[in-house]
Design a protein around this ligand. Sequence first.
Ligand SMILES: [Zn+2]
Length: 244
Amino acid sequence: MNRHYLINFCLFIFLVKMSTACSIDSLPNIYQLKVLNQPTEMTGSIKVSELNKMVDVKKIIPDIKLELVYTTSDNFMHTILYPPTKTTFLRLPAALALKKVQDALKKENYSLKIWDAYRPYSVTLKMWDLIHDDRYVANPAKGSGHNRGIAVDLTIVSLKDGKELNMGTDFDNFTDSAHQNYSQLSDEVLSNRKLLRDLMIENGFSIFPTEWWHYYYSEGQFDILDFTFDDLHKIERSQKRNDH
Ligand SMILES: [Zn+2]
């Protein structure tokens, strides 16, 4: 009798351990951050709130310009970090807010141009391995707004000639002259930066003090994500099927 009880007890413990080990939930990463990387976690979070949706930016803002610098080696790390893609992603409210900025700029014959938006967490880890300096890349111990789908690196281009407005420095310039409060710049540069800043702030974005091109949507809390762009396309398609 006692032996049977012991065998049953051991079997019970074994099954409990197995079910925990087989759980599909993401395990905390080495920094103890919660990082979503399972499609079921993403669809679960969308069920909780539609605002968690990651949307194809080109579908929300078809005429936005993209020059996704991390899909080529023409970036400050001289490394390809993303596979080729024709679009990028943002959380639904950030994309809708950005559309308002684009609509306002179009009236002035301008357009936004995005250099980077959503960035999978594993890319942040890779950047950190390459650079390991939080003056230049996001520290993966915290995760970044890009990992959450709410940050965007962007500038303004003229629709007359497609050229970028003069913002005083290039993208990923890590000198003081890229800071938002740096004032030793021409009137033209200061007014171009102000045009971008005023429209972004008016539509719910916040500035990043050391990078004139980086803005993040400041309303709401969003999880860090580690999905490829392909994963996000698949999740978006499965959502659409479920909506019908
Ligand atoms: Zn950025």
